[in-house]
Design a protein around this ligand. Structure first.
Ligand code: ATP
Ligand code: MN
Length: 467
């Protein structure tokens, strides 16, 4: 086959130099036609769109043509011509076809229109579908948007460890990391496991958050963000929880809670705008296929200011809703940790736009959050989104050493391995704030997908770690 430099489909479909000889490589989506002429829809992953290949069957070897089946990989040389019927401006009249890879007839993606549940069972192949091609291109674009946003603002991308020996965030939720022989564990006289001989010489786990190390960095570099995988062994089988998910955690010295809210709002709007500006074809596809209000919802977020409301006022609104006859599955009262149904009521029914809820009861929030003067609430903020509920959780941090220690003692936090964190409050402490955005929750919003398992290539959830 004559060697011609490959053109990606995304670029080919924009070209106007009709009459040029080009080469495309990709996978067959469909093949149809008559005894004389066939039309192959070829996709190479560079765009949601296929390029149509017109094949004059008489010009090609019969044996070779048999191998052009759904899923087969082809290299095609052909003449680029203006198309009338394919829905594209451009199509190829094939002059040479090379079957790079035949496709066994057991290929599970023969037909279109598989359910998302089925596609999860073939997660190794689902990137070849229109839907997952779109989702993963958007995922990539969101990662780029995030780095650009912070880079343009002078934040430093700081890498926090994935393996950690500090378990103060919430013991039961961590995955242990060990090289010990589980069939022959060393125990002391009280039956407790002895970790002296383990790899790190102490109990270690996968991180649930990079925040604590992020605070160290912020009190040195000024403004940092992390962007990496985090792990939670919470046994919650919901459409919004993964055992392995990616989190973005900015942390900024001298920011108070209001600065923190401003940053969160500007950040999310930047990402949503990026998707509308840079992923238009993919967003439109998902809008048309799954969620007819997607584009409108994305535009809506850009238009309006987020509502800023205290937890106490939020509870009052929910209590009024209950008094007015609205039924929630879980009870509403001051002090309760809001359920997703409560968060979504505020966002979707009451305000009809994103809400930042602040000043939560200290009992339901982490030890490091700054105490308010009322002694009851802390300077926490959750950003609540339509269809998602909590998309961001953050706070102004307690900068005062003594107040922080009081909270640690009240909450019985094991601080044995946390001396390094406390040093931030001893050596030039400063006001600072930050938050965590769940990357997949952002993707749920931007793609309109309903299940978090469908916005990460290989989801890890309870009893599921295939692929
Ligand atoms: P939730 O109440 O929804 O379980 P959380 O309060 O435990 O979340 P945080 O500890 O505040 O979550 O984490 C910060 C952000 O990380 C959340 O706002 C959310 O976007 C995301 N997140 C938390 N847990 C998960 C998870 N299991 N899977 C995916 N994203 C998550
Ligand atoms: Mn939270």
């Amino acid at each position: 086959m004559e060697k011609i430099r490959r053109t990606k489909v995304v670029d080919l479909l924009k070209r106007e130099d009709f009459g040029a000889m080009v080469n495309v490589k990709g996978w067959v989506r469909t093949r149809r036609g008559s005894k004389q002429v066939n039309f192959i829809a070829l996709n190479d992953g560079s765009t949601i769109h296929n390029v149509q290949i017109v094949v004059d069957l008489a010009k090609f070897d019969e044996e070779m043509l048999k191998h052009i089946t759904t899923g087969a990989c082809l290299s095609v040389n052909g003449l680029m011509v203006e198309s009338v019927g394919s829905g594209q401006r451009v199509e190829l009249q094939a002059s040479q076809i090379d079957v790079l890879g035949t496709c066994d007839s057991a290929y599970p993606l023969q037909k279109k229109g598989h359910s998302l549940e089925f596609l999860r069972e073939v997660a190794h192949l689902r990137p070849r579908t229109n839907t997952f091609g779109a989702v993963f291109r958007i995922r990539h674009n969101m990662a780029i948007a995030i780095h650009r946003f912070f880079h343009e603002k002078g934040f430093v991308y700081f890498h926090t460890p994935i393996i950690t020996a500090s378990d103060c965030e919430g013991a039961g939720q961590m995955f242990q990391v060990t090289t010990m022989n589980l069939y022959n564990l060393k125990k002391d006289e009280r039956g407790a496991i002895v970790y002296d001989d383990d790899f790190f010489g102490k109990q270690a786990s996968l991180t649930v958050s990079g925040q604590l190390e992020g605070e160290l960095a912020a009190t040195a570099l000024g403004a940092i963000y992390t962007f990496g995988p985090t792990f939670r062994a919470e046994n919650s089988n919901t459409p919004r929880h993964l055992a392995e998910f990616w989190m973005i955690e900015p942390e900024v010295a001298f920011n108070d809670i209001t600065d923190n809210m401003d940053l969160a709002e500007e950040f999310i709007k930047y990402c949503v705008k990026w998707a509308l500006d840079n992923c238009a074809d993919d967003v439109k596809f998902l809008n048309d296929m799954f969620d007819k209000e997607l584009t409108e919802r994305l535009r809506g977020v850009l238009k309006e200011d987020f509502v800023r409301l205290s937890y106490t006022d939020g509870i009052q609104i929910l209590e009024q809703a209950v008094a007015g006859g609205h039924r929630f599955e879980f009870p509403v009262y001051w002090g309760v940790d809001l359920a997703s149904e409560h968060e979504r009521y505020l966002v979707e029914e009451h305000f009809k736009r994103p809400v930042i809820l602040t000043d939560y009861p200290k009992e339901i929030k982490a030890f490091y959050m700054k105490m308010n003067d009322d002694g009851k609430t802390v300077r926490a903020m959750d950003v609540l989104f339509p269809k998602i509920g909590e998309i961001i959780g953050g706070s102004e941090r307690e900068a005062d050493y003594d107040k922080l220690m009081t909270r640690i003692e009240e909450m019985h936090i094991p601080m044995k391995d946390m001396w390094w964190y406390l040093d931030t409050r001893k050596y030039g402490t400063c006001p600072h704030s930050g938050f965590g955005l769940g990357f997949e929750r952002l993707l749920l919003f931007v793609t309109g997908m309903a299940n978090i398992r469908d916005v990460i290539p290989f989801p890890r959830t309870p009893r599921n770690a295939d692929f």
